[in-house]
Design a protein around this ligand. Sequence first.
Ligand SMILES: Cc1cc2nc3c(=O)[nH]c(=O)nc-3n(C[C@H](O)[C@H](O)[C@H](O)COP(=O)(O)OP(=O)(O)OC[C@H]3O[C@@H](n4cnc5c(N)ncnc54)[C@H](O)[C@@H]3O)c2cc1C
Ligand SMILES: Cc1cc2nc3c(=O)[nH]c(=O)nc-3n(C[C@H](O)[C@H](O)[C@H](O)COP(=O)(O)O)c2cc1C
Ligand code: FES
Length: 478
Amino acid sequence: MTQYAPGCFMNAVGLTNPGADEAAQQFANLEVPEDRFLLCSIFGGSIEEIVEVAEKLAPFSDGLELNLSCPHAKGYGMDMGQDANLVKEITQAVKAVVNVPVIPKLTPNVPNIGEIASAAAEGGADALCAINTVGPVYYTAHGHPILTNTLGGMSGKSVLPIALKCVREIRQAVDLPIIGCGGISSADNVRAFEKEGAIVFGIGSALTGMNSASLAEYFTAIESDLVGESNLSEQLVHYDVPMDFESYTLVKNEKVTDDISILTFDGKLHVKPGEFVFTWIPGLGEKPFSALTDDPFSLVVIDVGIFTSNLIDLEPGSEVLVRGTYGTALEPTGKRVMAVAGGTGLAAVFQIARDFGNATIFMGARSKDRLYFSDECRDIAEVRIATDDGSEGYHGLVTELLRETLEGMDDLDSVVFYNCGPAPMVQAAEAVQRDFVGNDQVFSAIDYLTKCGVGICGACHCPDGRRICVDGPFINSS
Ligand SMILES: Cc1cc2nc3c(=O)[nH]c(=O)nc-3n(C[C@H](O)[C@H](O)[C@H](O)COP(=O)(O)OP(=O)(O)OC[C@H]3O[C@@H](n4cnc5c(N)ncnc54)[C@H](O)[C@@H]3O)c2cc1C
Ligand SMILES: Cc1cc2nc3c(=O)[nH]c(=O)nc-3n(C[C@H](O)[C@H](O)[C@H](O)COP(=O)(O)O)c2cc1C
Ligand code: FES
């Protein structure tokens, strides 16, 4: 996903989903409040497949939205939704097997959306939704297409006039309830859709950059605007989310081991403790990283796949493109910092220890040769090292060293813990810490799959639903 002007987006998220069976299982565990409606968006590559998915998900849904409109998933979505006969057939086929409302979602990328709306109505649609994204379109930065898919669908502010026109044309063609969406960011936008005939309203792109607390605040504000006569909620939209890329040149690549490198770049990056960035290598993609240091900007990278193996092999003089910063910056609490780092987790905790002061860093590694940056850590904090093979420091796991240290301490109320590293290490560290302090003193960052970085794709959700790119990456384990 990218933002080519404030509030104007383009994405090729590509209908990411866990599959109908897994989705059905997840829905079965959802507790949907009595006064809420769970509309489940489904798609398929053929009528048969759509029907099969509908049968699987209808028992867990209050309604099914048929995605006949995604512009960047070849063979799906819009490829079907541009054909009026197919729209009618699909709607009919789904209606025949489910007994919840069926709501085709229409594409604006047709010469006559009224004709498609009429076909859906003939097929028995209970309501319609419009619009999906506009396009596909194309955009570049630093001379390269930003989206790995090259083409994507346009959303946000720039599609609002198109969406209003579509809703108007649908209303003229059919008498079904309409869910209106496309570029809504304010109560006045909702009123404009209402005037054209929509009765339910969808907001997507305007939520970019909002964490869970700001989402709740925004929806409360827009509701209060709509109940009254005001138009204040748009002030809460984050039009300043940074999605442009800055160019950095690599000046030093220090190999720690075959699979770990410290990369130092030619400039400074304004990154606060707890925040992270995306590094983009055109043609290869982009991936999230913590900055080891801000001035000069440096990264520590461990090779786990295609992107990281290319990154650790970059020669000095190479350009990398960086966007961000993202995540919620941490604030000093005044308490003593105890940071537990494994692997490249040190990158996430170094600035915390440096900037918040009074810190102890627990560094864990398999063996001495995999330790890095320990002198720099000793300059800013007390350092305790554990290696699995005993080649340096404590012989054993860093979490065992942590437990022994905590057993010898009193006044643990004045300590706050920050953990970052492989998930098993983080979970083990949390378990030790919880034996000594309350959950409110324990913060951890786990590398959940992070794609957009701005809270809109949902990829990075942790088990309780928080999105780590906006609510974290350090989250309180309570
Ligand atoms: C907030 C945050 C900070 C991070 N900081 C660092 C760091 O300082 N140094 C470092 O070496 N690594 C860091 N990572 C992890 C790094 O992003 C992944 O190792 C990298 O994306 C792997 O890409 P790949 O193509 O090399 O591997 P792939 O072959 O794509 O995947 C290998 C494994 O890497 C992980 N991974 C892949 N894609 C992502 C993704 N988009 N987001 C998260 N994990 C992914 C998965 O566990 C996957 O199984 C961080 C991740 C997050 C979310
Ligand atoms: C990142 C992103 C992912 C989207 N994924 C889907 C999708 O899976 N299915 C769908 O029907 N629409 C999808 N859309 C389209 C939105 O639901 C919405 O129709 C469109 O973005 C216009 O509304 P907006 O301007 O408020 O975002 C997506 C939009 C964005 C920005
Ligand atoms: S919501 Fe997209 S990565 Fe967090």
